[in-house]
Design a protein around this ligand. Structure first.
Ligand code: FMN
Length: 302
């Protein structure tokens, strides 16, 4: 969601603040054709909410701030040569992937099925992130859009470990030291954790998102395409409950523009009714502590 200049600033800050063992992550979607019918249908579903918040639907500009990995991004990375470049939603075009590898960066990518893991290994990457369906945020799925193909971490992980030779990183629903140790016991080389860090001091998690994560209703999450056009796991909020979590919205990432003004209007009143409240199925590990302390606690049983 950063433009090239913002990306350069962030990379400079990370380079200066670290031992340079950092991972830069990109989405790898194919930018969609705008679909006027679907956009109109999506806005029609939101119309009662626009009326409620006094929002003029015609004033909402279409468009997106989510760019996939590109030749321009690769040129920028050449200045930094990150230790790891990771991708979500599959891999970039072959010439871009060659460019990343020729910088000396290791390439990681999420797989949500055994078939995706086998496909990724055949593309010559360095590690596979086995993303179970418990995980918060967007499903990394890319060979199929069939949501019923998505399985839990402790079903997916051992099957991927068996199917590929690459190191496998377990992701999804891991929230404490026992979960980390269990994933390692099932053959993971490492774990990747998102949700547990969302209350950490360094996280830029918004106030409504922090409040939702600490509310008892955070136990109820669902896969929803309402916020971006692709399935992603969020705490169930008003728009997901009232319209249903999945719908005929504009294709990723265009669905975000129609709901954006509602999100802003509700958030200004302290409400997360229209916000993507990304969270995995296990938010029990969230703590408002420094990220380093969280990491040490998660590694305590290794
Ligand atoms: C708020 C949030 C944002 C995320 N954004 C990304 C992302 O930009 N790219 C990505 O590859 N994965 C992203 N993920 C998914 C994580 O990489 C990981 O698969 C997931 O957090 C692991 O499951 P857990 O949330 O149960 O810990 C995100 C997860 C969360 C919770």
């Amino acid at each position: 969601m950063l433009n090239l200049e913002q990306m350069r600033q962030e990379l400079n800050a990370i380079r200066d603040a670290t031992d340079q063992a950092y991972n830069v992550n990109f989405f790898c979607h194919t930018p969609p054709q705008a679909d006027a019918n679907r956009e109109a249908g999506w806005r029609a579903e939101l119309a009662p909410y626009y009326a409620e918040h006094g929002i003029e639907a015609d004033s909402i500009a279409p468009g997106t701030r989510r760019e996939p990995f590109s030749a321009a991004a690769l040129d920028l990375l050449e200045e930094f040569k990150p230790a790891v470049v990771s991708f979500h939603f599959g891999l970039p075009a072959a010439e871009l992937l060659v460019g990343v590898k020729s910088m000396g960066s290791k390439v990681f990518c999420s797989a949500t099925t055994v078939a995706e893991a086998v496909w990724l290994e055949a593309q010559g990457i360095d590690a596979i992130i086995a993303q179970g369906v418990e995980a918060g945020g967007h499903r990394g799925m890319f060979l199929s859009d069939d949501i019923t193909s998505q399985v839990g971490t402790f079903a997916l992980l051992p099957q991927i470990v068996q199917a590929v030779k690459l190191p496998v990183i377990a992701a999804g629903g891991i929230a404490d030291a026992a979960g980390v140790a269990a994933a390692i016991g099932l053959g993971a080389a490492a774990v990747q954790i998102g949700t547990a860090y969302l209350l950490c001091d360094e996280a830029t998690t918004s106030a409504v998102h922090r409040a939702a994560l600490q509310d008892p209703t955070a136990v109820h999450t669902a896969l929803t395409n309402r916020f971006s056009g692709r399935p992603a796991r969020s705490i169930v909020n008003r728009v997901m409950r009232e319209l249903g979590p999945m719908g005929e919205v504009s294709p990723f990432p265009l669905a975000a523009s129609a709901i954006g003004p509602l999100r802003s209007a509700a958030e200004s009143q302290g409400l997360g009714d229209f916000s993507p409240l990304w969270a995995g199925q296990n938010a029990s590990g969230c703590r408002a502590i420094p990220a380093a302390q969280m990491t040490r606690a998660l590694a305590a049983k290794l």
